[in-house]
Design a binder for this molecule. Structure first.
Ligand SMILES: O=c1ccn([C@@H]2O[C@H](COP(=O)(O)O)[C@@H](O)[C@H]2O)c(=O)[nH]1
Ligand SMILES: [Mg+2]
Length: 194
């Protein structure tokens, strides 16, 4: 809890949690490389798409993700818009906590624009964009990355937003989708939203 209030502080990741990076990537990749691998070839088992595919495709993956505007085209994950608004309107303090892809020159600004467009301006104003999420205080961080590390010991608990590539994540806290945010967060934060 915050030292100034008893309001729980919930940090929420973007890619793979609020917005669908996987779908946007494969739409662009399959258009650019019609003879290449397909999304339907199999579920992702590692966090980074470029590490999932044969090395011959790594530059192609990187080039899709580095394209200016790519991060502005990601669509919201089902239930995410409603869940964020419910959490905030019902009393949680909620902040977006997202990492920029530094070799995409418009990634950070596209993420802010995407939040404003799909989630509402108040969510762009609640964004923290950082390469090191361990620097950010909070009670929980909802994130699809199997291990979220950085230079500091985090003060938050990592709630793993379930995906095929994070089945072996070491954190014991797991959320299977936005429909279950209350059941997942309430036991961790000690009370229901106000
Ligand atoms: O295949 C991938 C998937 C993600 N990334 C980058 O990792 C970070 C994750 O951002 P979050 O908002 O913290 O989820 C972001 O920079 C992605 O673009 C990647 O490089 N490759
Ligand atoms: Mg993510």
């Amino acid at each position: 809890m915050s030292p100034l209030t008893s309001t729980p502080l919930v940090l929420v990741d973007m890619d793979g949690v609020l917005v669908d990076l996987e779908a946007a990537f494969w739409d662009a990749f399959e258009t650019a490389h019609p003879a290449g691998p397909r999304r339907t070839d199999g579920d992702r088992t590692v966090f980074r798409i470029d590490e999932q595919l044969d090395p011959q495709w790594r530059d192609a993956v990187r080039s899709i993700m580095a394209a200016p505007g790519f991060f502005g085209g990601l669509r919201p994950v089902p239930g995410a818009v409603e869940a964020l608004d419910e959490m905030l309107d019902e009393g949680w303090d909620v902040r977006i906590c997202t990492a920029p892809l530094l070799h995409n020159p418009t990634c950070a600004s596209d993420k802010l624009a995407s939040l404003a467009r799909h989630f509402g301006q108040r969510w762009a104003e609640r964004a923290v964009i950082t390469k090191d999420k361990t620097l950010v205080r909070g009670d929980v961080l909802i994130d699809d990355k199997p291990v979220v590390n950085g230079d500091w010991t985090p003060v938050w608990k990592h709630v793993v937003f379930a995906a095929t590539y994070n089945q072996a994540a070491p954190s014991p806290y797991r959320m299977t989708g936005w429909a279950s945010w209350r059941q997942t967060l309430t036991p961790l934060l000690g009370r229901t939203a106000a």
